[in-house]
Design a protein around this ligand. Structure first.
Ligand code: CP
Ligand code: NVA
Length: 300
């Protein structure tokens, strides 16, 4: 694997499948009661969060602990970045103390700049463009249940960071993916331009195009940073809600996914979130196992 994990497009199918196999083994060892697997004994991960987080922060922090290392939680407020120190200077200094840095921020370019000026691995914990750790963990969740090359996944909602990573991941893993968004909020053209297998990734604006899907995935209509557009977005997205009525058209063995946090009553209703075919909390659980695999691979 490359030094950094900035986006899924940087990984090969083989590297992704290796992460899945390692995550599965770490998951099994934890289930057997083997809480500490000291692959990263003495290593320290810096975690810079310039946006809020529940799952990513806690699962990476616990993941480092369970691999025998530790994590330091950093925010703008307690770093000199808040007083104008540049990203490149910060990256150079931090990389002389730490063994890896996880960063959650708005601009993908900032994550890339960190990687450019660091000697140590940089992990993208979400930017406005990508959410690779989430989506690797989501395809891991599906890989445990289904043969990836045989399923069709539909993403319905905003053409956002999660959608972009789902597109890159589907392209790498040979998953058929249909992306259903309002015409005002499609995925970015440059992400689609990087897709190699264009026949397996299709776009639509029609929410009824879910009929032959094995999996339906949604995410918030109002990502972090888009709060000012809340009312406008709710009006545009209202027909794209994952609700019982829409799912009447879906397959019987359907699985429903969401990266969380969910905005119940907006992009997904309670009855769908809490249905037996919803695997949203299983996805959240798997963040820990897959992230441990990422850490063990990049920081060892
Ligand atoms: N799905 C996800 O990344 O959740 P957090 O924002 O809570 O980290
Ligand atoms: N698209 C969402 C994902 C949150 C995990 C956001 O960027 O806020």
């Amino acid at each position: 694997m490359k030094k950094d994990l900035l986006c899924i497009a940087d990984l090969s199918e083989e590297e992704i499948l290796k992460l899945f196999t390692l995550a599965k083994s770490l998951k099994e060892r934890r289930k057997r009661g083997e809480k500490i697997v000291p692959l990263l004994f003495g290593k320290v991960l810096g975690m810079l969060f310039r946006k809020p987080s529940t799952r990513t922060r806690i699962s990476f922090e616990v993941g480092m602990f369970e691999l025998g290392g530790r994590a330091i939680f950093l925010t703008d407020q307690n770093l000199q970045i808040s007083r104008g120190e540049t990203i490149s200077d910060t990256a150079k200094v931090l990389s002389s103390y730490l063994d890896g840095i996880l960063i959650r921020t708005s601009k993908q370019e900032e994550v890339e700049e960190f990687a450019k000026y660091s000697e140590i691995p940089i992990i993208n914990g979400l930017s406005d463009t990508y959410h690779p750790c989430q989506v690797l963990s989501d395809y891991f969740t599906l890989w445990e249940k289904r043969e990836l090359k045989k399923i069709k996944v539909t993403y319905i909602g905003d053409g956002n960071n999660v959608c972009h990573s789902l597109i890159s991941g589907a392209d790498k893993l040979g998953v058929r993916l249909s992306v259903v968004t309002p015409k005002e909020y499609p995925p970015k053209k440059e992400i689609l331009a990087r897709v190699r297998n264009k026949k397996r990734i299709t776009l639509s604006h029609n929410p009824c195009d879910i009929r032959d899907s094995d999996v339906i995935y949604t995410d918030t209509w109002i990502s972090m940073g888009a709060e000012k557009e809340k009312e406008k977005r709710i009006a545009v997205f209202k027909d794209y809600q994952l609700n019982k009525k829409l799912l009447k058209k879906a397959k019987k063995e359907l699985l429903v996914m969401h990266c969380l946090p969910a905005h119940r009553g907006e992009e997904i209703t309670d009855e769908v979130m809490d249905a037996p075919f919803s695997i949203v909390f299983e996805q959240a659980v798997n963040r820990l196992h897959l992230q441990k695999a990422i850490l063990a691979t990049l920081l060892k």
